[in-house]
Design a binder for this molecule. Structure first.
Ligand code: FMN
Length: 358
């Protein structure tokens, strides 16, 4: 019976356990997308995860949708990430960089020369986004022309190559949570009539071209993918989600990946039992797991590993706490995205470990 403490091989690396750290935006970078030194401390504290998946990182200046988010498209950014990977490896951990483009979720305030955000079609998201000058409504994005779509595919491949140069063990493509890739997958943001819109095949093309370009660049062993089927976060609708993800997973099965990470905020449906049996490779399950549900899911073959978000954010030594059934720190939402080290590197680890016989 598989447990949270069993090893797992993904691609060419061996994870020491199946308790993984979820990608989480923490907005501690500077305005140029360069990580300060204390980011290495934050990830280093959590290096006992079987695998750390970093916060979503911008593949280009036009990808940026949130204040103080890191990039991986210039030398200074790459150097700042190198501090992080060196620290995590020195602690014996493994780390993948999550890469994304936010598409219509960006605001002109965050883009070069206050540019209009881009998307598959000119459909604004309902709602608002945070800026240092207060909350602002999402704007109508500019539809990408076909050549621009192809050039963003290349930006993803370059970002993946840069991540490897920064010392990451691999990358995770962020195809979830309503950002550019899911905007292409959706039926409400993608109204295109070229080869990237319309049918399920066409709406999946952008995602699959990114997968193929990255695999060609850094190898399948170092390429992971996150998807959020049926998730409506960031005002996404997928009217044909079942057919869509059936097709996508069929296509992924023709290729090889380090893993498929499914973590979705769909109130109406538990997608793990639907998708796990369809996917031939390593399957990571996330969103809403505690120790007990993680144990049960692994024991039943419902996933190969479990991805923990807020619980792990607040408990840097979560695997050890699970092992000892130790008390769990609460998370503090008020510091999720604030600058500086408060609520970031100051969650306490267990001070004294009472192991029987010691
Ligand atoms: C502060 C915060 C930031 C997040 N940022 C990201 C992100 O950058 N990329 C991503 O794929 N998911 C992001 N998520 C979603 C988490 O990866 C995870 O799916 C979510 O927290 C639910 O899992 P949990 O119930 O274990 O916390 C974020 C969640 C939180 C709480």
């Amino acid at each position: 019976m598989t447990t949270l403490f069993d090893k797992l091989t993904i691609g060419n690396i061996e994870l020491s356990n199946r308790i993984l750290y979820a990608p989480m935006t923490r907005s501690r970078a500077n305005d140029e997308g360069v990580q300060p030194d204390f980011v290495a401390e934050y990830y280093g504290q959590r290096a006992t995860a079987g695998l750390l998946i970093t916060e979503a990182t911008n593949v280009s200046a036009m990808a940026k949708g949130y204040v103080r988010t890191p990039g991986v498209y210039n030398e200074e950014q790459i150097a700042s990430w190198r501090n992080v990977t060196e620290r995590v490896h020195a602690e014996g951990g493994k780390i993948f960089l999550q890469i994304f483009h936010t598409g219509r979720i960006a605001l002109p305030d965050l883009l070069p020369e206050n540019a209009q955000p881009v998307a598959p079609s000119a459909v604004a998201a309902a709602g608002q986004n945070y800026t240092d000058a207060g909350m602002k409504d999402f704007v109508v994005p500019r539809p990408l022309d076909t050549d621009e779509v192809k050039s963003i595919v290349k930006d993803f491949a370059t970002a993946a190559r840069n991540a490897i140069a920064a010392g990451f063990d691999g990358i995770e493509i962020h195809g979830a949570n309503g950002y550019l890739i899911q905007q292409f997958l959706s039926t409400n943001v993608n109204l295109r009539t070229d080869e990237y819109g319309g049918s399920v095949e066409n709406r999946s093309r952008f995602l699959l071209e990114i997968v193929d370009a990255i695999v060609a660049e850094i190898g399948w062993e170092r390429t992971g993918l996150r998807l959020s089927p049926g998730g409506e976060f960031n005002d996404i609708k997928e009217n044909d989600a079942e057919e869509l993800y059936d097709y996508v997973i069929g296509e992924l099965n023709k290729r090889k990946l380090a893993y498929l990470h499914i973590g979705t905020f769909d109130q109406n449906r538990d997608w793990h039992p639907v998708l796990r049996p369809k996917y031939d490779g390593i399957y990571l399950a996330g969103v809403g797991f505690d120790k007990e549900r993680g144990e049960r899911t692994l024991a039943e073959g419902g996933a190969d590993a479990i991805v923990y978000g807020k619980l792990f954010l607040a408990n840097p030594d979560l695997p050890e706490r699970f092992r000892l059934n130790a008390p769990i720190n609460e998370w503090d939402e008020s510091t999720f995205y604030t600058p500086g080290e408060k609520g970031y590197t100051d969650y306490p680890a267990l001070e004294q470990v009472n192991v029987a016989g010691k």
